[in-house]
Design a protein around this ligand. Sequence first.
Ligand SMILES: [Zn+2]
Length: 375
Amino acid sequence: MTRFFFRLDATDGRARTGAIDTPRGTIRTPAFMPVGTAATVKGMMPESVAETGADILLGNTYHLMLRPGAERIERLGGLHRFMNWDGPILTDSGGFQVMSLSDLRKLTEDGVTFKSHIDGSKHFLSPERSMEIQRQLGSDIVMAFDECPALPAPRERVAASMRMSMRWAARSREAFGDRPGHALFGIQQGGLEADLREESAAALKEIGFDGYAVGGLAVGEGQEAMFACLDHAPETLPREAPRYLMGVGKPDDIVGAVKRGIDMMDCVLPSRSGRTGQAWTRRGQVNLKNARHMDDPRPLDEACTCPCCRNYSRAYLHHVHRAGEMIAGMLLTWHNLHYYQELMSGLRAAIAGGRFAAFEAAFHAERAEGDIERL
Ligand SMILES: [Zn+2]
């Protein structure tokens, strides 16, 4: 059986490229993971998600434990079989979404008691319960259970929360046990405070994980503050393990994060934007709702090879979005995920070729041009 194994192939500055081998397939890094919250990447068939170039999907523990339930998914053969995705799956721990989505939370050292945002039913999540649920789902990469405050937050609050998350990280490690072929990632916390990030990294390294996430960012601090943190935080984590930045981001966030040594990212943005008529292209964001596209026979991006750009005009995309047709979200999600994976593939090739700086400059120059001239 293939073990979980991270291989670093090349670096350029602090940017890294390599691959993570898992029994379910290889994840090329830096990797972008599309989000399949409720056992589906909304609007996409799993084989289509694979066609965009995605090697791994993310599933949400919080959503799946509430509906349809982790025990049910386990009885039905696990999440891969349930959703018809046989590649690697990473699941989050549920901690972040309990704090952001559920009602009536009670947080103690033991864990979090909360009410479902779906039907008000009462639930409990702890490091032990989160490990059990992620095992029932059959997740390939399991995240430690943690907690983090929204930023900005007082330093004492950030420090206390981080230290509890480190105690929870040790409990997660203990509860995860020894599961060959499956990986457990620890999550660094500490907000924007460099010394707390270092303290957190030291605690995680002491426990020992297969990979390390930079957590607690992309929670309202803004890109400048996030990059300032990433100028330091990834370097405090082991060089020989994958580094995952959770919940990021926009294309320029991704380029900046990869530049600072991040190997994995996830975000709902490409799929969520697709459902609201927003497209991400080499030349920035395009709003297909805008009337300027009504008579435009050109594709969204003439250089893009996705099915949306190969076969449909801006006029059609504008029409189906305005008419509320499902295909609008399907086509734009496909394009957006394709664009994100093209970006990752470009980043990997640039790092391997030692030309990251030129790639970054070209990326920003193209976006600065803005969308194509209107007809
Ligand atoms: Zn396209």
